[in-house]
Design a protein around this ligand. Structure first.
Ligand SMILES: Cc1cc2nc3c(=O)[nH]c(=O)nc-3n(C[C@H](O)[C@H](O)[C@H](O)COP(=O)(O)OP(=O)(O)OC[C@H]3O[C@@H](n4cnc5c(N)ncnc54)[C@H](O)[C@@H]3O)c2cc1C
Length: 382
């Protein structure tokens, strides 16, 4: 079959490789002038690693795996609230790996022959008819396809065309900062690794993960000010908000060059989509189920989508495409939408303040590590 993939983010690239390897004639269209992924680190959960393995793309992430450390939730001073037994989790469901986003993207796209990729090619519209889909770019027909995989990200323009009644994105009033840096010499972060620190006074959060042997990935989550700040101002605000946190927190933010800090207002789909398939077109990744980053599942879900769409289209011929994409929808939509809603719940839980947050912290301290680990394992078991 001739399959067009729209969008060369992590999800689109993984799908394009999977479909190409299973023998389809693939065209990957990216609106950007070049193939690249910018920004810091990304946490790939065990289910994401498994999906990459199904696509034959897990070598790079497996090489980056570091020994498991017990993480979980801590308060702003670094005192444990909820400890997870990472060694047990790793034994039961596999490793969580944190990687450099740009390097991951490079590794995923490496198997894709250059002639299959069209950069500077924004897809504006899809025109389906009984025998296929015409892909429109720059006001002109670009090509015909038997199936189109829409992977154009959280701001997907094609999602609104396919589901005109859908309300689109919802801003949740939070912003995240992210940084990636080499281990600063002399800074001891051993007890904080793989942990998320939450502050019941402000509702802010700071997470810290190892990247390979030598790097650290950190992120913050806090209320979005009325005027969204630029990177320098956001960094200044975060240093002031977290000045009395565990000393490693302001030290790490301070040690990250401002130009290497990414600031994102957080949004998710206002409502789950009614389907991930519409005739010969299927949606994948953030285009299908943009979720808040609170469970670290966005990319892993995109990889599960890519593996599933590849599997469902294996051996398909043009006459099968519609039916096969309905099977993809039936497999992927319930799980991805469940995680999208669970991520929003997690965001509300960790950003609580006042009496509700005090009660939350007391309850978190009472949860035995084995139970917390089992709950995480349930998410990671695809
Ligand atoms: C602050 C933050 C932290 C996060 N941390 C994690 C994490 O640790 N772990 C995790 O799993 N997830 C995380 N996520 C989510 C994760 O980044 C996304 O879920 C994932 O990158 C989505 O990939 P995608 O391929 O669906 O979309 P994208 O990566 O957004 O790619 C979409 C691509 O489509 C292109 N495009 C758009 N429109 C068109 C068009 N019309 N024509 C052609 N091309 C087009 C874009 O240029 C882009 O290249 C985080 C998100 C945020 C905001």
């Amino acid at each position: 079959m001739r399959v067009v993939v729209v969008g060369a983010g992590l999800g689109g690239v993984a799908a394009a490789v999977g479909l190409h390897r299973s023998g389809h004639e693939v065209m990957l269209c990216e609106r950007g002038a070049e193939l690249r992924e910018s920004g810091t680190g990304v946490v790939i959960m065990p289910n994401g690693v498994r999906a990459l393995a199904a696509l034959g793309l897990a070598d790079y992430v497996r090489e980056q795996a570091t020994p498991a450390v017990s993480g979980g939730l801590r308060d702003w001073r670094g005192r444990a609230l909820l400890v997870t037994d990472a060694v047990q989790a790793q034994r039961e469901v596999g490793a969580t790996v944190v990687v450099d986003r740009a390097e991951l993207h490079r590794a995923l796209r490496a198997p894709l022959p250059a002639e299959l990729v069209r950069t500077a090619t924004p897809v504006e519209r899809l025109e389906p008819d009984p025998t296929g889909v015409t892909v429109i770019s720059d006001g002109h027909p670009l090509t015909r396809a038997d199936a189109v995989i829409v992977a154009d990200g959280i701001g997907s323009g094609l999602r609104g065309q396919l589901f005109p009644g859908h309300p689109g994105l919802r801003r949740i009033g939070r912003m995240d900062l992210r940084g990636l840096l080499p281990n600063p010499p002399g800074l001891d972060v051993t007890g904080l690794m793989a942990s998320i620190m939450i502050d019941r006074r402000s509702g802010a959060m700071f997470g810290l993960f190892p990247v390979g042997e030598k790097g650290l990935y950190w992120f913050t989550d806090s209320a979005l000010p009325a005027t969204p700040p630029g990177p320098d101002e956001a960094r200044r605000q975060m240093l002031s908000l977290m000045a009395d946190w565990h000393p490693a927190v302001p030290a790490l933010i301070e040690a990250t060059p401002p130009a290497d800090i990414y600031v994102d207002p957080i949004a998710c789909l206002a409502e789950p989509l009614p389907s991930f398939a519409a005739g010969r077109v299927a949606l994948l990744g953030d285009a299908a189920h943009a979720m808040t980053p609170d469970l670290g599942q966005g990319a892993s879900q995109a990889f599960e989508d890519a593996a599933a769409v590849t599997q469902h289209l294996t051996d398909a011929d043009p006459a099968d495409a519609i039916q096969r994409l309905l099977h993809y929808d039936a497999e992927r939509r319930p799980r991805a939408n469940r995680l999208m809603l669970a991520s929003s719940r997690q965001s509300r839980l960790t950003s609580q303040t006042g009496a509700a947050a005090w009660l939350r912290d007391a309850l978190l301290r009472a949860i035995p590590p084995r139970l917390a680990t089992r709950q995480l394992a349930a998410i990671w078991h695809a």
